[in-house]
Design a protein around this ligand. Structure first.
Ligand code: DQA
Length: 148
C-alpha cells in the first residue's frame, strides 16, 4: 500500500476561524477527515500531522524517510522564507507535493515567491480543501506510475 505523509504547517490549526474569506470555513479536523476518506477510497495509507515550529516540520520530514513513499506539505508561511525546510525536502528525496489552500500568486507580493517550489515534484495552489485531495491523487500516481 502506498504510504503518504501529510504535513500541515504553522497556523493551519486555526483554520475555520482564521481568515475564512481566504482559507474557507473548513476546520483542520474537517480537512483531515476529507483527506482520510479519500485515502480510504484510493486505498492509500496517510499519516497527517500539523506543526507550528520549523524544527518539528524538519523532524517530520526526516522521519518520513523511514516509512513514507511520498510527502504532501503545506509549509504555510515557511513557504516564503524557510531555507531549512527547503533543504530538508531536498535532502529527504521523496516525491513531495506542495499545497496551498489559497492561490498564493493572487495575494500579497511577498506570497508570490515559494522558496520550496523548486525542490518539490509539483505545486497545487488555490483550490481550498481540494488542493489536498488533488495532491493525494497525484501523490499516489507519482509513486505508482512515476509519470513525468
Ligand atoms: C498558505 C498560504 C501562505 O502564504 C500562508 O502563510 C498560509 C497558508 C495556504 O494554504 O494558502 O499560512 O500556505
Amino acid at each position: 500500500m502506498v504510504r503518504i505523509c501529510v504535513i500541515h504547517g504553522p497556523n493551519l490549526n486555526l483554520l475555520g476561524v482564521r481568515d475564512p474569506e481566504v482559507y474557507g470555513s473548513h476546520t483542520l479536523a474537517e480537512i483531515n477527515r476529507e483527506i482520510e476518506n479519500l485515502a480510504q477510497e484510493l486505498e492509500v495509507e496517510v499519516r497527517i500531522i500539523q506543526y507550528n515550529s520549523e524544527g518539528e516540520i524538519i523532524e517530520a520530514l526526516h522521519d518520513a524517510r523511514e516509512w513514507a513513499d511520498a510527502i504532501i506539505i503545506n509549509p504555510a508561511a515557511y513557504t516564503h522564507y524557510s531555507v531549512a525546510i527547503r533543504d530538508a525536502i531536498q535532502a529527504v528525496r521523496l516525491p513531495t507535493i506542495e499545497v496551498h489552500l489559497s492561490n498564493i500568486y493572487a495575494r500579497e507580493e511577498f506570497r508570490h515567491h515559494s522558496i520550496t517550489a523548486p525542490v518539490v515534484y509539483g505545486q497545487i495552489s488555490g483550490f481550498g480543501v481540494n488542493s489536498y485531495l488533488l495532491a493525494l491523487r497525484a501523490a499516489k500516481d507519482v509513486v505508482q506510475k512515476r509519470w513525468r
